[in-house]
Design a protein around this ligand. Structure first.
Ligand SMILES: [Ca+2]
Length: 186
């Protein structure tokens, strides 16, 4: 092999290196921040989460699925985190929920109160175009037992933002539920 053909082979190898598409397996890490609610606990606090108003929630050591702390709501309708998204992506959110145990100061759910995961798909104007929900916990859900709920959805055309919501809905209800170990994957 003369120098010239050797040089050409190296050049070809470099070109192929550039042109071979490297498929990197999409990392399936948990995208949520403070999903285990261990950061900066306290009344009216859920670090890294937004809330719908400063009332009826906090991060406490009353009960926990992991570590020492969990999110607790007795009125707060929503805490959430937002993520950039592209149409066609599949988003999956899971979290552990617990209806408050019987016999404690904080009462289990009553009336029409539900707890659930809600995934909102929003367009550039931040208008919710579609939403997916998990199953719910409610007054019928066994007290004092952690259960895992999951919601999944595909980002519709025109949507660029995903909002992951820990959602409490009620018109005539009351009671406490806890949430811990939120996982968000796409
Ligand atoms: Ca925790």
């Amino acid at each position: 092999m003369n120098d010239r053909s050797y040089g050409r082979k190296i050049w070809l190898a470099v070109l192929m290196g550039w042109t071979v598409a490297v498929t990197v397996a999409q990392a399936r890490e948990n995208l949520i921040r403070n999903g285990d609610f261990e950061e900066n606990p306290g009344m009216l606090r859920a670090e890294n989460w937004y809330s719908d108003g400063l009332y009826g929630f906090g991060t406490f050591a009353d009960h926990a699925h992991s570590g020492l702390y969990a999110y607790k709501t007795w009125k707060q309708p929503a805490i959430w985190q937002d993520f950039d998204a592209r149409p066609g992506q599949v988003w999956t959110v899971s979290a552990w929920f617990m209806n408050a145990p019987e016999g404690e100061e904080d009462k289990p759910l009553e009336g029409d109160t539900i707890g659930r995961i809600r995934i909102e798909f929003k367009n550039d104007e931040k208008i919710t175009v579609a939403a997916s929900h998990s199953q719910v916990i409610n007054a019928e859900t066994r007290s004092g037992k952690w259960i895992k709920l999951t919601a999944t959805g595909i980002v519709p055309e025109g949507c660029t933002l995903v909002r992951v919501v820990i959602n409490r809905v009620e018109s005539a209800g009351s009671g406490v539920f806890y949430v811990d170990d939120v996982e968000v994957k796409r």
